[in-house]
Structure formats: C-alpha cells, structure tokens
Design a protein around this ligand. Structure first.
Ligand SMILES: [Zn+2]
Length: 96
C-alpha cells in the first residue's frame, strides 16, 4: 500500500462526511438554544450557570426556543445540573 498524502486522506475521509457543514450548523443551533434555555432559567431565578440550589428547583416558563410551548425545567440541588424540556418538544431534552 502506497503512502497517502495528508490531503488525499483528508479528501477521502471528507467524502464520507459530506454533512460536515450541516453538522456545524446543527451544533450552532444547539448552542444557541442552550443559551436561550439557560438564559430563561437565569431570568426567572436570577442565578448563574454554576448555581447549586439548597433544594431542587422545578418550574416552567414559556418556551424561549419555539415561544409556543411551555418549557418545564429543574435544577438539581445535588450538582446544579439543569434539565429542561418543551411541551412542544421543539429542542428535545436538554440537560447539562
Ligand atoms: Zn419549545
């Protein structure tokens, strides 16, 4: 087997991965949604991303992503992890 140049290899591998741009777009979208979700929780409770409450916080706000559904969320008193889901399921299940 002859040596393959880096560029040849890149082109070969990329051929199997034509969705790269779509993936980048999806990641951007997910990050933008995450900012909206975390932002909405922060607005409601006035707490930052690393805030760990003494008791679990559970609540709901109008969905900041689709603006149609209701976003239910919780903040764990164990590790501060946020979980959120929209009643319209517009962004799937968010957790961090
Ligand atoms: Zn939604």
């Amino acid at each position: 087997m002859k040596d393959e140049s880096l560029r040849d290899r890149f082109n070969r591998v990329r051929g199997h991965c034509t969705n790269m741009n779509d993936m980048t777009k999806q990641v951007d979208e997910i990050m933008a949604n995450a900012r909206k979700i975390v932002g909405a929780i922060r607005e409601k409770h006035g707490v930052g991303n690393d805030y760990v409450p003494k008791k679990d916080i559970v609540g709901s706000v109008p969905c900041p992503v689709c603006k149609k559904g209701t976003m239910a969320y919780s903040i764990s008193s164990y590790n501060g992890h946020r979980h959120a889901q929209c009643s319209e399921n517009c962004f799937g299940y968010y957790c961090e």
